[in-house]
Design a protein around this ligand. Sequence first.
Ligand SMILES: Cc1ncc(COP(=O)(O)O)c(C=O)c1O
Length: 467
Amino acid sequence: MKNPLTPKWLETASDLSALDARIWPRTAGRTERGEISIGSIPASELVRQFGTPLYVVDQEDFEARLMMAKRAFSDAASKIGTTAKTYYASKALLTTDVVRWVDQADLSIDVSTGGELAVALAAGIDGSRIGMHGNNKSLVEIGRAVSANVGAIVIDSELEIERIASIAGAQDKIQPVRLRVNTGVHAHTHEYLATAREDQKFGIALVDVEEMVEKIRSHSHLKFLGLHSHIGSQIFVVDGFLAAAERLLDVHAKLLINGEVPELNLGGGFGISYTQADRPQELSELATRIANAVAQKCEALGIPVPKLAFEPGRVIAGPAGITLYSVGTIKDVAISDQGPAATRKYVSVDGGMSDNARPALYEAEYSALIASRESNHEGALSRVVGKHCESGDIVVRHCVLPSDIAVNDLIAVPATGAYCFSLSSNYNFLPRPAVVAVKQGSAHLLVRAETEQDLLGRDAGYVPGEV
Ligand SMILES: Cc1ncc(COP(=O)(O)O)c(C=O)c1O
């Protein structure tokens, strides 16, 4: 009898130990003993060294994804006679080593706070390769960005024009800037809304852009690069990007009447597979369609094709990361009003919403496998939950795990490389897990795990020695 709690999209794989290449990092596989390994290191070995929960980044996959993204945008741009700059959106996953990978792959990097800027600079990337975002940058943050000679600051409001101009003036610099535009297009995964998202905090309304650019151009310490838009995240289809690009180019063309507009930045948001039901379009395909649409629109408007820029984050970091957890408790919960077959296996792990906030924040779906061994037992509809004091503390809402899942098994959740470590918290005073990079049989720490002492150390009333 089918379990009525199974969502329509969830298929039971014929092999519950198999790794779907669309979801797992490129070096993930099973060892002879049946364990999941990444970068040729078995999960149990990583856990022995670094404990659980543990964020594991497949460095080879991350680096390949940086190159893949750069190539996708550059190739698409060169086919329409222009160039594309690719900024890695560091909010997805940021450590100094990650910045070094970005640097070595010759991408630029987008930061959105003084903290992210500090990490990028600490890693030694040149300021000219940094784009600075943020809808409420402090004067100190702007000052640091200007003195680091960042390649672009993205202006998000009229107030920032004066602020950046006067700080650049005080430092006797000419600061390149873009203007973030709220195109009214909001895209999310499968669909986009062309008008319904004017009511949000980012950017300048389309109708105000010409006036704002005039103001920017009136400042001798600012250099206007072009318009910017970011229409959302986890986008699978191209329509929203095309709608946003067309709207931007209509204004871009008007701006050309009074001065140069060398660039157009179309942001990030390219989607990935979190479960076997997710089928995003290939990045190269999306990039080509966007670039072609830009070229067509420019031809229709009779304007030169600008240089393009993009800011992918998730599509680089997401699939390269997995999280390892240990199973602590297991419960079969019967949902009595849904019929006799309606049971869900609740598998509690030693992390949760503090290391992956996305299911609680966005009802994001993930998938999971037993990492420490293979199993040929039949599947049981399961929910992987954390150890926090919230019923919404869910790691994987719907998955099918082997029915012999047991205490102390290791569970691996793939596609957690983006927006998991970066959104992590200390809720319930849980120390945040380590982030470790694996490559060709060796593992190295990107960020060490927090300890309770780290957390207590911030408590001004704590008397050392009491715990
Ligand atoms: C301005 C901007 N650019 C790029 C990104 C990266 O988006 P994604 O990781 O979905 O590619 C974001 C994400 O919020 C963003 O706000």
